[in-house]
Write a protein that binds this ligand. Structure first.
Ligand code: SF4
Ligand code: SF4
Length: 248
């Protein structure tokens, strides 16, 4: 293999329509999609030999930790930094994620995911940063579950794969639901557990999940999203019965 061929879905502005452009670059051993995009950026000449605007994308850590380089590669949502060229069929088809507004080329605006985290208050509320003394002891089993859940990098793979997460819909998405589980487990975070659960009972909350389980299949961090959804469904029902009996 002397060359690598790419077919890239491009868009010049948020309002502009998408179009496809092909690029052929010299093969380099051990390259990945990001290193190839860098090569295209250095010499932005398309397969027809025409100089074009360089393709733009987002990336940061380059080790599948930050999630910013998430895009569709050969139809599969994943991080471009860990998409190794030698394992991909060519031409390599690269597209932005389809569930978020495109800013330009492969850059999308994931604000909706961060807004979902704000809505569910995905944090531990504290009233100051003075010395509060040692925290509550946490069992190794609790630590193991919480650590896994805390690995979410808000990359968007799960919502991209979720059939219930429509581009203009209101579903909070599996990542936010899983973060509710994480913060409701926390000894201090659970102080506002009911507020978080109330958000999950609203439109776009837990009942929007159709249990297709696509999310758990694509999560690069192996977060047990369907387990989280089931656990939060349990907490939502518990809260419902509690409220009903309190009212009676
Ligand atoms: S749950 Fe997994 S797939 Fe979803 S945003 Fe977090 S890391 Fe990405
Ligand atoms: S299990 Fe729920 S959240 Fe996950 S992909 Fe299916 S519908 Fe979406």
């Amino acid at each position: 293999m002397d060359t690598i061929s790419f077919r890239i879905k491009r868009q010049d502005t948020p309002e502009g329509g998408p179009y496809w452009e092909e690029f052929v670059i010299p093969y380099q051993k051990n390259s990945n999609v990001i290193s190839c995009l860098m090569d295209i950026q250095k010499n932005p000449v398309n397969a027809k030999g025409r100089e074009v605007a360089p393709v733009v994308w987002e990336s940061n850590c380059l080790e599948e930790v930050c999630g910013t380089c998430t895009m569709r590669v050969n139809g599969q949502v994943r991080q471009a930094c860990s998409a190794l060229i030698d394992r991909l069929e060519q031409p390599i088809v690269v597209e932005p994620m389809s569930k978020f507004p495109v800013v330009r080329d492969l850059i999308v605006d994931r604000t909706r995911m961060f807004d979902a985290l704000k809505q569910v208050q995905a944090w531990v509320p504290v009233d100051g940063y003075y010395d509060l003394g040692p925290g509550e002891r946490i069992s190794p089993n609790h630590q193991q579950i919480a650590y896994k859940l805390s690995e979410c990098m808000t990359c968007g793979c799960c919502v991209e794969a979720c059939p219930q997460y429509a581009k203009d819909g209101d579903f909070l998405g599996p990542a936010a639901v899983s973060q509710v589980r994480l913060f409701n487990m926390h000894p201090t975070g659970k102080n506002i557990a009911e507020e978080r659960i109330d958000v999950l009972t609203q439109k776009g909350g837990i009942t929007s999940c159709g249990n297709a389980q696509n999310c758990v299949e694509v999560c690069p961090k192996g977060i047990p999203l369907t387990e989280s959804i089931a656990e939060m469904g349990r907490q939502v029902s518990q809260r419902f019965w509690k409220t009903l009996f309190r009212a009676a």
